[in-house]
Design a protein around this ligand. Sequence first.
Ligand code: OAA
Ligand code: MG
Length: 233
Amino acid sequence: MAIGNRVFLKRELPSKEIVEGFKSIPAANVCDCMNRVYALNPEIKLMSSPKEDIVAGVAVTVKVRPGDNLMIHQALEMAGEGDIIIVSNEGDRSRALVGEIMVAYAQYTKKISGLVFDGPIRDIDTISKMEIPVYATGYTPGGPFKEGPGEVNVPIAIGGVPVNPGDIILGDKDGLIVIPKNDAAALLEDAKVLSASDSAKVKAAKNGTSNKQWVADTLKKKNCEIIDNYYRP
Ligand SMILES: O=C([O-])CC(=O)C(=O)O
Ligand SMILES: [Mg+2]
């Protein structure tokens, strides 16, 4: 049985226009349109220095044996421009999953759009200055094994969120969200509307025209007691 040790070469892909459409919308705005779920745990942080503020790409999913990068090497062979390799590592934090050699290969040889790791990386001095977006939980000199088993392009879990091959990964300095590919088209339209409304609220916050009536309304609805007195221990 090959479960746990197999590579699917094919993924169903979202349309390129939809992926492009997300590149102008902050991840927070899109996340709000998914009822504020589908954001990866903030332990997974931006480690490099991308030129663009927002990265969007299509998931090549990888499930590694904790601390082993054989299947990441395989995914690097399969991925290209527009793809984001996203790696589940069963919570291991003891070994770097990649370093500068692999990240340079991803950026320069394969032109991959991003790398996301549920675990540490190494050679951070170099990677922190590179343009390919790299997200990880931290760094350590401890290196990975290269033995397998593992899987490519199967459903994975990372940062508390499920990811299927072909889902859209959207990230910025805040972190990452996962956009289920079958919901992406409708979500993009909602996100454009929310993003415009968010920008209007920022403008109002700057020029003193914010409407905060909803705060009093919500407290009333929640039966919160408002006490015109001091708190006395
Ligand atoms: O040795 C490894 O597997 C990872 C590494 O440091 C590199 O890619 O530079
Ligand atoms: Mg290295």
